[in-house]
Design a binder for this molecule. Structure first.
Ligand SMILES: Cc1cc2nc3c(=O)[nH]c(=O)nc-3n(C[C@H](O)[C@H](O)[C@H](O)COP(=O)(O)O)c2cc1C
Length: 379
């Protein structure tokens, strides 16, 4: 178990917060434990990362800080939202490079989240208007989108044939290779929130009767094949995965989330990947939280790499979770979105900017993106 002392290193007044202590994650020396969670911002026009992302990510970079990018689509048919960055063409890889360089220039460690939306899509996003793919052919009900203005229409998906699955695994492998080519330090496989990988993992969605459905081992097979392919391609020490066994997002619930999370945590050990990031059970959707008695502790104990938690954390709770050894790192989503200097604000216990939900997914290159103010101090 990777566990390190969390006492402050410089003896400064505010530095004895566990979140602000160094941590060695594999080969990466992190100077603190406050991680930028993956945050889709839908500002990558036509799926090409844009120059405005250089400022956005570098604003959130600290020397030795760990950042995870927004979800990057692995292929043309993985899309389900507009203006999501891609990681499958040469042009996309080239467009990522200056963004990654800017993070590295400030001493950050930057992983790319790689993603396939599966049935969270419709024909309009698909090449030649084909049906989106999934583990199932059950469609999703229409949904009010996170921007709360639009209703998303989902098409009836096409159930992947067993002999097609290796091609999708291979798309993840190639996307991981492309991310390394773009300069990223590693990748995070998006196995959470009801997207393609979860459509295999969860029994509310997966209704297959072949070797990818039914038992836990069968439902986890697709995810683990991706982990293996990606780990072989870029090295297991550069691979993380995100899971949300308890979440119910996109009609992807499971009848026994603890067993699922535990099975995955144990199975992942075989591949010796760098980290496992799990979303707290209290997060019933990406944003809504509700108190519950479930816990990620069994998974934290079972998984032998670095453990990251996310979901509704504030400064105190993050410090407490590390002090109690419930996790190694804490990923912050909305607070980091709205506070580019979040580690500094935590350090000084300064007030935080409030996030503006209305601009989470709008396409303006500045508003709600790079215009959240920094703390003004007398330093
Ligand atoms: C605007 C927005 C975009 C998000 N995009 C992603 C994403 O691309 N990938 C992902 O795994 N989670 C995504 N999430 C979930 C966050 O990473 C995080 O788990 C969630 O916001 C809960 O953490 P928080 O309470 O610290 O915000 C998103 C959340 C928000 C609010």
């Amino acid at each position: 178990m990777s566990k390190q002392a969390y006492m402050g290193t410089t003896g400064g007044k505010y530095l004895d917060q566990p979140l602000l202590t160094p941590y060695k994650m594999g080969n990466f020396e992190l100077s603190h434990r406050i991680v930028l969670a993956p945050l889709t911002r839908q500002r990558s026009y036509h799926n090409i990362p844009q120059p405005h992302a250089i400022l956005y990510y570098s604003q959130r970079t600290t020397e030795g800080g760990f950042l995870i990018s927004e979800a990057a689509a692995i292929s043309e048919n993985s899309l389900g939202y507009s203006d999501i960055p891609g990681m499958w063409t040469k042009e996309q890889v080239e467009a990522w490079k200056p963004i990654v360089d800017a993070v590295h220039a400030k001493g950050g460690i930057f992983f790319c989240q790689i993603w396939h939306g599966g049935r969270v899509s419709n024909e309009e996003f698909q090449p030649n208007g084909v049906s989106p793919i999934s583990s199932t052919d059950k469609p999703l009900a229409p949904l009010l989108l996170p921007n709360r203005a639009d209703s998303a229409r989902f098409s009836k998906p096409r159930r992947l044939q067993v002999d097609e699955i290796p091609q999708v695994v291979d798309q993840f492998r190639i996307a991981a290779r492309n991310a390394i080519e773009a300069g990223f330090d590693g990748v995070e496989i998006h196995g959470a929130h009801g997207y393609l990988i979860e459509q295999f993992l969860k029994d509310q969605v997966n209704d297959r009767t072949d070797k990818y459905g039914g038992s836990l081992a069968n439902r986890c097979r697709f995810a683990l094949e991706i982990v293996e392919a990606v780990a072989i391609e870029i090295g297991s020490d550069r691979v993380g995965i995100r899971l949300s066994p308890f979440a119910n997002y996109m009609e992807a619930g499971d009848s026994n989330p603890t067993a699922l999370g535990l099975y995955m945590a144990e199975a992942l050990n075989k591949y010796e990947i760098l980290y496992c990031s799990m979303v707290e059970p209290r997060m019933i959707t990406v944003e809504e939280k509700e108190e519950c008695n479930d816990s990620l502790l069994p998974m934290r104990k079972a998984f032998r790499g670095t453990f990251i938690v996310a979901g509704g954390y504030d400064r105190e709770e993050g410090n407490q979770a590390i002090a109690d050894n419930q996790t190694d790192l804490v990923a912050y989503g909305r607070l980091f979105l709205a506070n580019p200097d979040l580690p500094k604000r935590f350090q000084l216990q300064a007030p935080l900017n409030k996030y503006d939900r209305e601009t989470f997914y709008t396409s303006d290159p500045v508003i709600g993106y790079t215009d959240y103010p920094f703390l003004v101090t007398n330093e």
